[in-house]
Design a protein around this ligand. Structure first.
Ligand SMILES: [Cu+2]
Length: 369
């Protein structure tokens, strides 16, 4: 029996706090200094919402607590990053950042270390993941989110999540309207005001085969994938709805950027209640590069096929279905709590399980403008 860490349920984005030194003091600087990021890969027994444990591989930042998904890494465009990956698992592993050229590590042998130095590319939302035995290694835990922020915001124009030459007229128009148009009273978007939603799905039969060392069998079984657990940032159902790092929260007029990533094999159709969202970026299917959209439309439900990454602006406007005469609300009082849930059958039926194990969380309007 191998010794491995037991990851108690609820550790989803535990690594975020540990990374605050990367984003905090650097925000004000135009030329971001080079940084080193050290990741470790190890085996773990990860607790699910019903108390059962499944075998997974997990990333940690340095000697920090391993988590699935791995810790969120925040970088600046143009920054020089030395990324080191130490493999403490008993199988070889690799690392890639799809859509970010020049970042490819591995395979790294058990107890081996790999390292790569690269210049951070265009702003947007990225995955770091193990591309080996695709999709097995990423499905069994080896994935996390990277947020790339612009090195600087253009002076005199509203901040966007993208570089000056990357933002389209449509995106610039949307971000200019925030706090500046009757449709979006309040404030402009503040850089860093975002939430990361990493989706994954777990079919414990696959984890069991991998735990027994039958990686070929585990990979074969992904062809008949029947997930039992659906997670956002490692959490399911009511637990995701009570996780501060997951739940968007703010007052009317405080727009927030959702960064949605699907590491799993099931296509999700997240549906948000209470506001409409605006997709500002998605990926180019062939290269997985960030594609900033120009024709920005309002939608309630968006598609998240495997490996999709999408940025969506959640405007935190007065819910459009509430008439002006009924605002501010008197019957339903603040905070107004709305759900986001997946509309696809696969997550509603949960392999014959219960719907709360499907993809669902909340978002909260705490008060008026
Ligand atoms: Cu719905």
């Amino acid at each position: 029996m191998r010794r491995r860490q037991f990851l108690q349920y609820g550790g989803g984005l535990a690594g975020v706090a540990g990374l605050s030194f990367l984003s905090g003091p650097l925000l004000a600087q135009a030329a971001p200094p080079p940084i080193e990021v050290s990741l470790r890969i190890q085996e773990a027994d990860v607790e699910m919402v019903d108390g059962s444990a499944v075998f997974m591989w997990a990333f940690s930042l340095g000697t920090g607590k391993p988590s699935v998904p791995g810790p969120v890494i925040r970088l600046k465009q143009g920054q020089t990053v030395t990324l080191t990956v130490q493999n403490l698992a008993s199988t070889p592993h690799s690392l890639q950042i799809p859509g970010m050229p020049g970042v490819s590590l591995g395979p790294i042998a058990p107890n081996g270390i790999g390292s790569v130095t690269f210049t951070v590319g265009l702003p947007g939302t990225y995955f770091y993941l193990d591309p080996d035995r695709a999709p097995l290694n990423r499905l069994l835990g080896l994935h996390g989110a990277i947020v790339v922020e612009p090195a600087a915001q253009p002076p005199g124009s509203p901040a966007t999540p993208y570089a000056a030459g990357q933002a389209t007229p449509g995106v610039r128009a949307l971000f200019s309207a925030l706090g500046n148009h009757a449709r979006f009273p309040g404030s402009p978007w503040q850089p860093g005001r975002d939430r990361i939603w990493v989706f994954n799905q777990i079919d414990p039969r696959i984890n069991k085969l991998a735990e027994a060392g039958d990686l070929a069998g585990a990979l074969d079984l992904t062809a008949s994938f029947l997930p039992r657990y659906f997670t956002i940032n490692g959490l399911s159902g009511v637990d995701a709805a009570h996780d501060e790092a997951t739940v968007p929260r703010g007052r009317v007029g405080q727009p927030l950027l959702l960064r949605a990533l699907n590491a799993g094999l099931a296509t999700h159709s997240p549906h948000i209640h209470g506001n409409h969202v605006f997709t500002t970026a998605e990926i180019v299917e062939s290269s997985h590069a960030v594609r900033v959209l120009d024709n920005i439309i309002e939608e309630d439900t968006w598609s998240m096929p495997p490996l999709m990454r999408r940025d969506l602006l959640l405007p935190f406007a007065k819910p459009p279905e509430i008439p002006d005469a009924a605002w501010p609300p008197r019957q339903e009082k603040f905070p107004l709590i709305y759900p986001m849930h997946c509309h696809n059958e696969i997550s509603q039926t949960s392999a014959g399980g219960s719907y709360p194990l499907g993809l669902v969380t909340d978002w909260i309007i705490e008060g008026p403008l």
